[in-house]
Design a protein around this ligand. Structure first.
Ligand code: GTP
Length: 599
């Protein structure tokens, strides 16, 4: 049958282990694009869309491979997977669109945290995993060591190891024959109702949302009526096609194949990654399992550096959201930083990428506050409040219980750094789960840890104490009970909204002392004494005082004009009183930033 010649696969690897280079070699052998245009063609976009600042990535590329060994032509669908842990759900959905995966490991580096994380996802999807050891052209390559480490993850039952150099192309053709030999062709029912997995999407200003789909059953063509399984919304298909590597419309997308589909959809939130498209006429549609609506896990606020850039910042976020269903934002006002947005992200990298794109692609400079998580508060009334900002944190008397998000982190490190890493994890409230030697030089350590603890500088600390050798990855592990409090900062007894923060009770004293002493350094001395206090539910837990700046008013009076002196002293006292009565201290913006950025 037609399906016999199809192979759907993806490449998974730790960063820099050679995924893109290998994809380039594969494209070259399959002669999809002329050599010199290789990289820009595969990874890149169509010119028109690029000019408009909207990018369409080749999320899946269709290749023809003529195998000399099997004397037959095959169709390969190479599906792109996002490289980073923040997008692990998307990775798992891309994997779900495939029957197999190439697990690429750099022979000079061995297995790293993302090798492990991605391989685990592929194992969970029951894919055929072909282990590929790359960079064998380098003198430092140690393929035997890499093999041992890989077998710790994959076990003994797997296709043979393939040793390649993606750079020189050595071994790549043999690898393509291995794809034919070991990765099974898709199993699909062509005559059944449509069942298609959405594994990615993108916004196009002409065609509306483009859905990237793997057809599991049935087929789809222009004019068909389809339904998004989880929402029930129906659409008429206006175009179907494949990436060749540019988008190329086709008559039909058949069972087992991979391609794109347009249906006049206006918003990428109307059909999310992982959802199933079914035929509108199917009386009993069955979804493809595994759909989740992803929620932002990490929040931070963006403010324009120039307040007149507010509208441009809003436009930038709206544009980015067109192609990013996981990005959320809502307007926010801060006493100190003015008008801005509270934004939600999948993780730290997602946040950094977004900020960078706003600055680079839209030319808007932003101030970002420290990232924070969403807490759950069970109130005495019995409802659950999702707390995204300290100002939403209920008062202590209304709180029954609080919860915070946890992650399972996986660290891979040379053994000499185990001690330091465990100390770091323990200090961050980590709960030890597991430790496995992958070989004599590599240890996999697992901890459960509050997400909030890794948002603050955890990765750079890990890198520093392991001299760059440790790598890490993490996955969400659910909400757990925590003892959370809101710490307010009072300046001369006035609560300063923008400075409140939420943390666990054990850390409250330490954090509070840190913040008040930081503020003491930053707030300039005033004409009156300033008390900086930190409090929990009205109870003061830390305090610093900034003494009054005693302006030497008398110096201005030459000689002994007593009445003048007295007048001046009166004036100074009055000034003090007025300032105290207002209770407003001029706090420089940097003070807020220092606190908000340190988290
Ligand atoms: P990300 O896109 O950052 O995830 O990286 P990647 O996994 O796609 O790696 P990429 O293909 O960009 O390769 C990383 C670096 O390794 C590049 O400088 C490549 O030129 C180099 N590289 C890849 N494969 C080989 C190889 O077989 N031999 C040698 N010597 N270098 C290689």
């Amino acid at each position: 049958s037609k399906l016999e010649v199809i192979r759907n696969f993806c490449i998974i690897a730790h960063i820099d282990h050679g995924k893109s280079t290998l994809a380039d070699r594969i494209l070259e052998i399959c002669e999809a694009v002329p050599k010199q245009k290789m990289r820009e063609q595969f990874m890149d976009q169509m010119d028109l869309e690029r000019e408009k600042g909207i990018t369409i990535k080749a999320k899946a590329i269709r290749l023809r491979y003529f195998s000399k060994r099997f004397q037959k032509e095959f169709i390969f669908n190479l599906i792109d997977t996002p490289g980073h842990v923040d997008f692990s759900y998307e990775v798992s959905r891309s994997l779900a669109a495939c029957e197999g995966a190439l697990l690429v490991v750099d022979a000079t580096q061995g297995v790293e945290a993302q090798t492990y994380a991605h391989a685990s996802l592929a194992i969970a999807q029951k894919l055929t995993i072909i282990p590929v050891i790359n960079k064998i052209d380098l003198p430092a390559s140690a393929p035997e060591r890499a093999k041992e480490e890989i077998e710790h993850i994959l076990g003994k039952e797997h296709p043979p190891f393939f040793l390649v150099s993606a750079k020189t192309g050595a071994g790549v053709e043999e690898l393509l024959d291995a794809i034919v030999q070991y990765i099974p062709p898709p199993q699909a029912k062509s005559d059944a109702h449509l069942r298609a997995l959405i594994f990615d999407s993108s916004y196009d200003s002409y065609r509306g949302v483009l859905l990237f789909v793997r057809i599991f059953d049935g087929s789809v063509k222009r004019g068909d009526r389809i339904r998004v399984f989880s929402t029930g919304a129906e659409f008429e298909v206006t175009e179907v096609g494949i990436f060749n590597p540019k988008m190329q419309p086709t008559e039909l997308l058949e069972a087992g194949s991979v391609g794109y589909l347009a249906c006049n959809m206006k918003n990428i939130r109307d059909a999310r990654v992982g959802d199933t498209l079914v035929s509108a006429s199917d009386p009993q549609p069955q979804p493809i399992p595994g759909y989740k609506k992803v929620k932002p896990m990490v929040f931070c606020n963006f403010y324009p550096v120039q307040s007149e850039d507010y509208q441009r910042l809003k436009d930038a976020l709206e544009k980015l959201q067109l192609n990013d269903a996981a990005l959320s934002f809502e307007p926010d006002f801060s006493e100190a930083l003015g008008f801005g947005f509270s934004c939600g992200f999948l993780g730290l990298l997602h946040m950094e990428i977004t900020q960078e794109r706003i600055e680079r692609e839209f030319g808007v400079e932003v101030v970002a506050t420290a990232p924070h998580v969403v807490y759950h508060v069970l109130t005495t009334r019995g409802d659950v409040v999702e707390v995204k900002s300290p100002k939403d944190f209920p008062s202590p008397t209304e709180i029954e219980e609080t919860e915070e998000p946890y992650v399972l982190i996986q660290i891979i490190t040379p053994p000499e750094y185990i001690g330091g890493i465990m100390e770091l994890c323990q200090a961050r409230r980590g709960i030890f789960k597991d430790m496995v030697y992958l070989d004599a030089e590599r240890v996999l350590i697992k901890y459960e840890m509050p997400l909030a603890e890794i948002l603050l500088d955890f990765y750079s600390r890990l890198k520093a104490l392991s001299r760059g050798f440790a790598s890490m990855d993490y996955e969400f592990a659910g909400y757990r009970p925590a003892n959370l409090v809101r710490v307010d900062i009072l300046v001369n007894r006035d609560r300063v909204d923008g400075l409140s923060f939420i943390c666990c009770k054990e850390q409250a004293y330490h954090r509070a002392r840190q913040v008040v002493s930081q503020l003491k350094e930053i707030i300039p001395r005033q004409l009156f004494a300033v008390a900086i206090q930190a409090s929990i539910g009205g109870k003061v837990i830390a305090r610093e005082d900034i003494p009054a700046l005693r302006k030497d008013v008398l110096q201005k009076c030459y000689g002994g004009d007593v009445t003048r002196k007295r007048k001046l002293l009166e004036k100074q006292k009055e000034g003090k009183k007025r300032m105290k009565a207002i209770g407003k201290v001029r706090i420089p913006q940097e003070a807020f930033l220092a606190v908000l950025k340190s988290g």
